[in-house]
Design a protein around this ligand. Structure first.
Ligand code: HEC
Ligand code: HEC
Ligand code: HEC
Ligand code: HEC
Ligand code: HEC
Length: 295
């Protein structure tokens, strides 16, 4: 009778241990399904489309057949943010990268080099929201009516396009047509929100280093960023100021999520230490139980 009592207690101790092991493995289970969801999202991303294994546009344009003043283009493109995002020559210029004899034929959709007046629509077929804000802006209107406004390439370049930020607003770029004062007030209006983006990106990077799965938060931040940066193209300081509150509250939501994740991380560390202690304690209890004399 006393023996079965000991066995019963052992079974109970084992169940407790199994329970804790299951508890500890929970976080890894849930991050598994997160990842699946991300992959689904990633695969359905619009322009990260198929690129041919052999791209004849790039091949021929990098060869000695090319006239020297065009030779830098492929190099510049390779260093661009577009290249990193799998946007190649034919995605902008049309044509067929797989067939060298027909690659620049209009029958394969080749549109060639856009005239300056065509540039906004040329870029805007993908950057739709930006094109809309640009068209409604003083820049877009001046460009379309008198040709005096800047177009996309004036500020971003064409082949060596990099990730955008407010440093594009510089004396060098913005004083070609008017005083820097206007540009400066725009930069000041954008500054605080941009700074918040930087801080949050830093926080998310730290979390990633800690092994926390943060792709969803990063995507959320990316979307807010993209929407905010579209706003610049209105070159309307009042509009930027009006909408800054709205963006601040969106960013505050991301911020509180990031800081609560940091909190959770600290809690989990303490909790793991607690569990370890608990295991040690249970180990000793188990040891004592097995040592109990069996009469
Ligand atoms: C077999 C070689 C070859 C291939 C393949 C090729 N190109 Fe070209 N491309 C040229 C040459 C040569 C020129 C320069 C023509 C000239 O002298 O102005 C040129 C000019 C261009 C121009 C400027 C033409 C203009 O409208 O002013 C663009 C844009 C261009 N290529 C894009 C492409 C794209 C996009 C592809 C792939 C879909 C491609 N090329 C494939 C050889 C090639
Ligand atoms: C993001 C869109 C974009 C991509 C990608 C792109 N181009 Fe262009 N390209 C332009 C624009 C806009 C112009 C016209 C404005 C200019 O000359 O800067 C242009 C002009 C050109 C010209 C004519 C240059 C001149 O001085 O007349 C050639 C040649 C050319 N591109 C080839 C290429 C090749 C080859 C690739 C791939 C390696 C490529 N482009 C990728 C947007 C693009
Ligand atoms: C075929 C579609 C396509 C065309 C055409 C195109 N882009 Fe892009 N562009 C993209 C994609 C995709 C990205 C990468 C995703 C992102 O960063 O938004 C990108 C990124 C950018 C970025 C960096 C955005 C960032 O996150 O900071 C700039 C700036 C940009 N493009 C400007 C241009 C300009 C200027 C033109 C015309 C010369 C152009 N694009 C033409 C698809 C396109
Ligand atoms: C190619 C010429 C050109 C360049 C380069 C240029 N602008 Fe402009 N900008 C204009 C024109 C034209 C207008 C509208 C007509 C006007 O008000 O003079 C304008 C208007 C503006 C306005 C609106 C002013 C207001 O009070 O309504 C702002 C803000 C502005 N630009 C900012 C910038 C910034 C920032 C840059 C640099 C990133 C820049 N601009 C580069 C031509 C240019
Ligand atoms: C007067 C200069 C100027 C002109 C003209 C201009 N941009 Fe921009 N663009 C900027 C600046 C500055 C930013 C960064 C704004 C910020 O960080 O808030 C930017 C940001 C962007 C971004 C990044 C948005 C994101 O998702 O992060 C893209 C894409 C872009 N521009 C494309 C275009 C296209 C396409 C056109 C033409 C229709 C264009 N730009 C015309 C100055 C310009």
């Amino acid at each position: 009778m006393c023996y079965s009592h000991v066995v019963g207690e052992k079974v109970m101790v084992r169940n407790v241990i199994i329970f804790f092991i299951m508890l500890l493995s929970l976080p890894s289970l849930s991050s598994g399904s997160y990842r699946e969801e991300f992959q689904k999202e990633f695969l359905s991303k619009t322009w990260s489309g198929e690129q041919p294994a052999e791209n004849f546009c790039i091949e021929c344009h990098s060869s000695d057949k090319m006239k020297p003043e065009f030779l830098t283009i492929a190099e510049e493109w390779k260093a661009s943010w577009h290249a990193q995002n799998k946007i190649a020559c034919h995605n902008c210029h049309g044509g067929d990268p797989k067939d060298p004899s027909m690659s620049m034929s209009p029958h394969r959709g080749f549109v060639g080099k856009p005239k300056p007046s065509e540039v906004p629509d040329f870029c805007g077929k993908c950057h739709i929201g930006i094109l809309k804000n640009y068209n409604e802006s003083d820049h877009g209107k001046a460009f379309r009516t008198s040709g005096k406004g800047p177009n996309c390439v004036t500020c971003h370049g064409s082949h060596n396009i990099q990730k955008a930020n407010i440093d594009i607003i510089s004396e060098h770029r913005c004083t070609k047509c008017h005083s820097y004062d206007r540009a400066k007030t725009m930069k000041q209006a954008l500054f605080l929100t941009e700074k918040k983006f930087d801080e949050l990106e830093g926080g998310l990077r730290k979390l990633r280093k800690e092994g926390v799965y943060i792709d969803d938060d990063q995507k959320n931040l990316f979307n807010i960023q993209a929407e905010f940066r579209t706003l610049f193209h209105s070159v309307d300081v009042n509009l930027v100021r009006d909408r800054t509150n709205e963006f601040s509250s969106k960013l505050a939501a991301v911020e509180s999520k990031v800081s609560s994740t940091f909190g959770e991380l600290r809690f989990r560390r303490n909790f793991s230490a607690f569990i370890l202690l608990l295991f040690a304690a249970m180990g000793s209890v188990l040891y004592l139980l097995t040592k109990t004399p069996k009469d």
